[in-house]
Design a protein around this ligand. Structure first.
Ligand SMILES: C[S@@+](CC[C@H](N)C(=O)[O-])C[C@H]1O[C@@H](n2cnc3c(N)ncnc32)[C@H](O)[C@@H]1O
Length: 307
């Protein structure tokens, strides 16, 4: 296989600081993606066919992409399906291939500065496929004073909203680690860090508490994983999504952004979870550099809540 040729054919030039410069989902190298974070490349392979070849793919990427971008490091990550879940965290760590070994770097995304960890986790800290959705939200922020960001991850939705004029954001996640990373992203963007705005809690329980206390806000972000479980919390789209949106109906005074990030939930099923009285303001799939032309995985819409 001539990887250089295939990589060149599938190269998606990125002018922003970060983005997907190669998306094998088309036809060229299915199961290979290459993301650029400032001047670092993260190559991921989702098919075990590439296990033996990954060194050659990294070398071909370095030779090719250095012609287009200044490259300071290359990392790769095994994203093949794992049989032994115990080894997950270790296997999902990226392996350094070339250049600088700095794993934490800062990148600009949607006009905000975000710290990326090139080594740990399935995602280094930014869901870049949300780029166009965040941009679309900007025109609605003038009507938003306060927001609640459920399943907040590194809180980029909040950082983007606060940097664009929203006054108050509360971020909720069951991972203490991502809440710390959220605070770092606030600091990166000179936003005031108040520890009361970072809540280590199950999103469903937090919603119920807001409901009981009759607390409201102007915008809710609801972008959950399809399924998650730990010792204390359990979440699944199939059993919780609709119930949570019913609660949010009473909590949001104005807008709700909802998302489903999975091929397993169709657009029709996603739409069916929403209260009938809500009005859709826009609907979007993943950003263009992530798009699988035949089958988008991301379904995301901004809704106006009419009570
Ligand atoms: C799909 S990501 C959210 C992405 C985020 N909205 C963004 O755009 O960056 C999933 C997040 O949900 C968190 N999570 C999983 N189960 C949860 C639960 N029951 N309550 C709150 N957070 C949860 C995970 O820790 C993870 O940070």
């Amino acid at each position: 296989m001539n990887y250089s040729l295939q990589l060149e054919k599938g190269h998606q030039p990125v002018t922003e600081d970060c983005g997907r410069i190669f998306n094998g989902n088309g036809s060229l190298l299915p199961g290979i993606t290459i993301d650029k974070y400032h001047d670092s490349l993260l190559i991921q392979y989702f098919s075990s066919d590439y296990c033996e070849e990954i060194g050659v793919i990294c070398k071909s990427s370095l030779d090719l992409f250095s012609k287009f971008y200044p490259i300071s490091s290359i990392w790769y990550k095994d994203r093949t399906i794992l049989k032994h879940v115990k080894s997950m965290a270790e296997k999902r760590e990226s392996i350094h291939y070339w250049g600088s070994e700095d794993r934490f770097i800062q990148v600009r995304h949607n006009g905000c500065i975000c710290t990326v960890d090139l080594v740990s986790g399935q995602n280094p800290g930014i869901f870049m496929d949300m780029r166009e959705i965040r941009n679309c939200l900007t025109e609605y922020y003038p009507q938003v004073d306060s927001l609640v960001n459920l399943f907040c991850y590194t809180s980029l939705f909040s950082v983007h909203a606060l940097a664009n004029g929203v006054s108050k954001a509360v971020n909720v996640d069951t991972s203490k680690q991502v809440l710390l990373r959220s605070q770092e992203n606030y600091r990166n963007n000179n936003l005031v860090v108040d520890s009361r705005d970072f809540i280590h809690e199950d999103s469903g329980r937090y919603l119920k508490r807001m409901y009981k206390r009759k607390e409201t806000c102007d915008l809710v972000f609801y972008d959950p994983p399809t399924f998650s479980r730990n010792k204390k919390f359990h979440y699944s789209v199939k059993s919780d999504y609709r119930n949570h949106l019913d609660l949010i109906s009473t909590i949001s005074n104005r807008y709700v952004l909802t998302a489903i990030n999975s091929y397993s939930v169709s657009k029709d099923e996603y739409l069916s979870y929403h209260p009938r009285s809500w009005e859709m303001l826009f609907f979007k799939n993943e950003a263009r550099d992530f798009l699988n032309p035949h089958d988008p995985y991301l379904k995301c819409a901004l809704w106006q809540v009419n009570n």
